[in-house]
Design a protein around this ligand. Structure first.
Ligand SMILES: [Zn+2]
Length: 242
């Protein structure tokens, strides 16, 4: 399996897929070349280490937004460590954490972090729960949101149910980067990637399993979706387990 980091850039934006392997971790860095600000798409396990090895401590003040697509651990499990690191280095700048409304994994991590450290958190930690077509902007990034369809076993019923899951379109200047998060083929994901300068698309399955709920996209579906964008890259492949 090729786990080499994927990269893309134009005059305004640099995108670095620092790591993306299904069931392990995903963290993708979007950098605005004009402002030097960063947006992190998903914060799976190892996100802090990925950031340190890709850009050193530059992100401590310059990370503007963490946008999380859904609560699966491979997309959100690195949040606590990253927040802890920012507190330890006494970050001063406000940080926005954006996640789908009802995503209890992420709101839970943030609640625990705030409960543990209260006033000793050196920066303002703002949360933004997003819904379909309700976007969020900072001075540096404009985010629009499309709901996607992603089933997850991780719930109290132990049945596969649709979970709160979104994809993001991030605008920096005139550049649009779309990121699907995890999804099966659905209307929302088509709308999400359409016309984007770069679409980052998950394709966990080599081929679709016949009799399973469609939790993820296959490579063929991802390529078809990618043709709706100007350019695309495929991420979130499944590791070969021996
Ligand atoms: Zn997932």
């Amino acid at each position: 399996m090729n786990t080499e980091p994927l990269k893309w850039e134009n005059d305004e934006v640099r995108v670095d897929v620092m790591y993306s392997v299904a069931g392990v971790g995903t963290s993708i860095l979007v950098a605005s070349k004009f402002t030097g600000k960063f947006l992190l798409l998903d914060v799976g396990d190892g996100a802090l280490r990925n950031l340190m090895s890709h850009i050193g401590t530059e992100f401590v003040e310059e990370l503007d937004i963490i946008s999380i697509t859904h609560g699966h651990f491979d997309h959100s499990g690195g949040l606590f460590s990253l927040l802890g690191f920012l507190r330890m280095l006494k970050r001063k700048t406000t940080l926005d954490v954006v996640f789908p409304a009802g995503c209890t994994e992420v709101s839970g991590i943030i609640d625990v972090f705030k409960d543990c450290y209260h006033d000793s958190i050196s920066f303002q930690l703002r949360t933004q729960e997003v819904r379909n077509r309700v976007g969020f902007d900072t001075d540096f990034f404009k985010i629009s949101v499309c709901e996607v369809e992603h089933f997850g076993l991780e719930n109290t019923s132990n049945k596969d149910v649709l979970m709160p899951a979104v994809g993001y379109r991030v605008r920096v200047g005139d550049t649009v980067v779309a990121y699907t998060g995890d999804t099966r083929m659905c209307e929302g994901v088509c709308e999400l990637v359409k016309g984007a300068d770069l679409a980052i698309i998950e394709a966990t399955h080599k081929e679709h399993p016949e009799n399973e709920p469609r939790v993820h996209l296959s490579v063929k579906e991802a390529e078809k979706l990618g043709s709706l964008a100007k350019e695309f890259m495929i991420v979130h492949r499944i590791p070969e387990i021996k």
